[in-house]
Each structure stands twice: as structure tokens, then as C-alpha cells.
Design a protein around this ligand. Structure first.
Ligand code: UDP
Length: 340
């Protein structure tokens, strides 16, 4: 049985991926600083899968801790590296925090892997690397645009760090997965998205607003060049996304990768506007969303959705769940978390 080390494994996408890895028969060890997640996620993972992942709480910025844990875990076959700060707004206000954390942690992880002969890594990347694309849908060949935020920069630089590490001669295979907009929660409603403080993202804002934890949802602008004037994104169910990580890990472990470094877009291939998300949420859950259109949010791009051909053909992976499934699961998670 192969063993996978998941950094950031108690976070939103990390925890869903741990569940899918365990369901697929992998052993899992998690590293997380708990800077942005809760320890009881481990209990919830165990409730879902019947298996308790190993857990190490420390900060990957600490190089010696990283080396020591990787040494202690001397039977790791591959790493999935999620651990990173992810708030766009906070990264603009505090760029060094983002560069220091997101880049140092990755370099320490690669260093620890190299010293302990772990050769395979799946990296969590983002469609933010494309900025506002000139051509839609976005393929992996679309140009990487200058990032709008230090957060976005750290994703671009993280991809570059891995490529440079490989070019320097490190014996390493890596797959970078560029996520579009992950939403939703596990069908058990035991794990889901739990932003610290006021949510920045659309779907947690909707569910918290409907739950009465937040006020009215602000729709940031309806004067974009889109059919209903609101921006378009490719919203992908987090469980579909998690399953893609299992496929990527198997590809590496089975030696099916075609290069030392590969990149895949992970989306549904369909774009939906903010108003479509609200309407779909209402019809999927029977709840009303209280919203008002306000000014645009600085830095928002107009429209982006994925060309998923490469992931479909090369990974043999395809998003299976609908937008309504994802929104219903997000609401079920919110209700369960708030005891509604
Ligand atoms: N959005 C909104 N109100 C909110 C949060 C987001 O209208 O409270 C819009 C935002 O302008 C964007 C879309 O929802 O068009 C998705 O935003 P999110 O922050 O979830 O993802 P990202 O902008 O990073 O793609």
C-alpha cells in the first residue's frame, strides 16, 4: 500500500483529497500548521473513511522540522503539497507573509523530499496564473500573465521553483494542477469549506448569508461584458477536484507521466455567472439569497473557464458533479456545521 504525505491536509481541498486517497486504498500522513484549519477535521475524516490519517502539526517554514518529519516518515511514496496561504486580499496587504510562507514551505518540502528520496509531487496551483485570458476556454498552453496579487505570484513562482529544481538535476517528477473555482463539500457534510472570518469567496458567502451569519450578499458589479453582466467562473465540485489528485498520484507512481513536469487544468469546462450561481443555489436548496448589486471588486477578472481536454484525455479524469450538486452540498455542510 503506497503512503502519501499531504501537506495542508486539514484544509478545504486537502481534507477532501485525504478522504479520496483513503477510499482509493492509500495510507495518508498529514502535515498541517493548523494556521487556517481545525484539528477536529481529522476526526471527521476518520468518521467518513473509518481510517485515521497520521497527523503532524508543524510549520513547513521550519526547515529542520520538515527534514526531521520526512525522515521519520521514511516510507513516503509521494507528496501532495497544498499547504499555502490563500487569501488574495490579505496577500495584497501583507505580501511578505505570502512570499515567506508559500515559497519557503515549498522549498523546504522539496529539500526534505530530496534528502529522503521521495520523488513524486503533486502541486496545488491555480487558474489565477492565466489572469484574464485573451482566448476562452483556457488551455494549459495559454500564456501565464503577470499576477494580480502576491498570492497569484506565489502560485506562478511555485510552479517555477519545481521546474527549476528538476532542471538543476533533482530526481523528481511533478504534476501541477491548476484549479478553477472549487466549491461544495463532501456528501456526508462532515467536512467542507470553513473560511476564517468574513468569506471572500462567493459560495461560502452565500451559504453564510443564508444561514444568517452574514448580511446581504454583495454582487460585485453587473456591468461586465457577459450575458447578464456578472463575471463568469468555472465552478468545480471539490470532490471531483479531490479525485483528480488521486489520478495524478497514480499517474506518477505508475510512471505514466510523459515528462518530469506536467500541468493540467482542473475545471468543468463550463462557465457560470454570479447570478446563475445564485439562481441555481435557490432552485437546488429552496432557499432565497438576499443580494444586491454593488460596485465591482478591484482586481476581479471578467470571465474564465477551463479547456479540460488534456485532463480528460491524459488523466482520464472528468468532473462528474453539477453546479446544483455542488451548491446543495455546500448548503448541507453549512447547515450541519451551524446545527440548522
Ligand atoms: N463575488 C461576489 N460577491 C462576493 C464574493 C464574490 O459577487 O461576496 C463574485 C466575484 O466578483 C467573482 C465571483 O463571485 O466574480 C467569484 O468570486 P470568488 O472570490 O469566489 O473567486 P475568484 O474571484 O477568485 O475567481
Amino acid at each position: 500500500m503506497s503512503k502519501i504525505l499531504v501537506s495542508g491536509g486539514t484544509g478545504y481541498i486537502g481534507s477532501h483529497t485525504v478522504v479520496e486517497l483513503q477510499n482509493a486504498g492509500f495510507e495518508v500522513a498529514i502535515i498541517d500548521s493548523l494556521a487556517n484549519s481545525q484539528i477536529d477535521v481529522i476526526d471527521h475524516i476518520e468518521q467518513i473513511t473509518g481510517k485515521r490519517p497520521e497527523f503532524y502539526q508543524f510549520d513547513l517554514k521550519e526547515r529542520h522540522d520538515t527534514r526531521a518529519v520526512l525522515k521519520e516518515l521514511d516510507n513516503i511514496d509521494a507528496v501532495i503539497h497544498f499547504a499555502a496561504y490563500k487569501s488574495v486580499g490579505e496577500s495584497v496587504a501583507n505580501p511578505f507573509k505570502y512570499y515567506r510562507n508559500n515559497l519557503q514551505s515549498l522549498m523546504n518540502m522539496i529539500d526534505g523530499m530530496n534528502r529522503n528520496h521521495v520523488r513524486h509531487m503533486v502541486l496545488s496551483s491555480s487558474c489565477t496564473v492565466y489572469g484574464q485570458p485573451d482566448v476562452l476556454p483556457v488551455t494549459e498552453q495559454s500564456p501565464v500573465k503577470p499576477a494580480d496579487s502576491p498570492y497569484g505570484s506565489t502560485k506562478q513562482i511555485s510552479e517555477q521553483i519545481i521546474q527549476d529544481a528538476i532542471r538543476s538535476g533533482l530526481d523528481m517528477n511533478a504534476i501541477a494542477l491548476r484549479y478553477f473555482n472549487p466549491i461544495g463539500a463532501h456528501e456526508s457534510a462532515k467536512i467542507g469549506e470553513l473560511p476564517v472570518g468574513e468569506p471572500n469567496n462567493l459560495v461560502p458567502y452565500i451559504t453564510q448569508s443564508v444561514a444568517g451569519v452574514r448580511g446581504q450578499l454583495k454582487v460585485f458589479g453587473n456591468d461586465y461584458n457577459t450575458p447578464d453582466g456578472t463575471p463568469i467562473r468555472d465552478y468545480i465540485h471539490v470532490v471531483d477536484l479531490a479525485k483528480a489528485h488521486v489520478v495524478a498520484i497514480k499517474r506518477l507512481l505508475e510512471g505514466k507521466n510523459k515528462a518530469n513536469y506536467e500541468v493540467f487544468n482542473l475545471g468543468t469546462g463550463t462557465g457560470n455567472s454570479v447570478l446563475e450561481v445564485i439562481k441555481t443555489f435557490e432552485s437546488a436548496t429552496g432557499q432565497n439569497v438576499n443580494y444586491a448589486v454593488t460596485d465591482r471588486r478591484a482586481g476581479d477578472i471578467e470571465k474564465v473557464w477551463a479547456d479540460t481536454t488534456l485532463a480528460n484525455t491524459e488523466l482520464g479524469w472528468k468532473a462528474e458533479k453539477s453546479l446544483a450538486d455542488a451548491l446543495r452540498s455546500a448548503w448541507n455542510w453549512e447547515k450541519n456545521y451551524r446545527n440548522i
